[in-house]
Design a protein around this ligand. Structure first.
Ligand code: FNR
Length: 195
């Protein structure tokens, strides 16, 4: 009998906040739950990646080598980013700068052609929209395969958290669901094409 088991796609989530109780991290966890039947979902741990400095680029620091391998193993990358001063945080730019560097003479950067989605939640009224626009510019320059629509922006996060900082999405939940389904389809379609 033919093997009817379908393998799951692998999604690596990159959260642009290192904060323990980060709202964007909580959002990522909810997204992971939503697609757990169709995808292996892992939040990238990159707090130990050093500041980019070409003096230490070769050989790659262990933390950099590790995050590169994680990205290489992914079918898609899903960014969950806060907005800092109408931009995405420096920790995320630093990580992407490391990932953007060619691994060797014959290999390009590990982000090239990788399907990408973007979501974000913030306290302000813009819901990270301006930060997301900047992130799209950067990852498009690096030739990621960006799912431009739907994107998810969640504003006014104070209304969605309890006294302990726990996030409940309320009316935004269906929008996360819609984006999650779209991204699973976007990634799966590319994975089928590349087989
Ligand atoms: C912010 N915050 C913020 N919010 C926003 O909507 N627009 C903005 O431009 C900024 N700017 C900004 C700058 C800096 C340096 C900090 C630390 C914060 C507030 C931000 O939305 C809030 O701290 C979020 O909770 C951060 O996301 P995480 O860490 O909860 O994921």
């Amino acid at each position: 009998m033919a093997d009817v088991k379908k393998s799951k796609i692998k999604i690596v989530a990159i959260v642009g906040s290192l904060r323990k109780d980060s709202l964007n991290r909580q959002l990522a966890l909810k997204a992971g739950e939503l697609i757990s039947d169709r995808a292996d979902f892992e939040i990238l741990d990159y707090a130990d990646v050093p500041m980019m400095n070409e003096d230490i680029e070769f050989p790659a620091p262990a933390a950099v080598a590790r995050v590169r391998e994680k990205i290489k193993s992914a079918d898609g990358v899903w960014f969950f980013t806060p907005e800092y001063n109408h931009f995405f945080p420096g920790v995320l730019k630093n990580l992407i700068d490391w990932l953007s560097r060619p691994v060797s003479d014959d290999e390009g950067n590990v982000l090239e052609r990788v399907p990408a989605a973007i979501s974000g939640i913030s306290l302000g009224m813009g819901g990270t929209g301006i930060a997301q626009d900047h992130l799209v510019t950067l990852i498009s320059f690096l030739n990621m395969d960006v799912m431009n629509s739907p994107r998810l922006t969640i504003p006014n996060a104070m209304k969605l958290i309890d006294e302990s900082g726990k996030l409940s999405l309320g009316g935004s939940y269906p929008f996360l669901e819609k984006q999650a389904n779209a991204f699973v389809e976007f990634v799966s379609e590319r994975a089928r094409r590349n087989k």
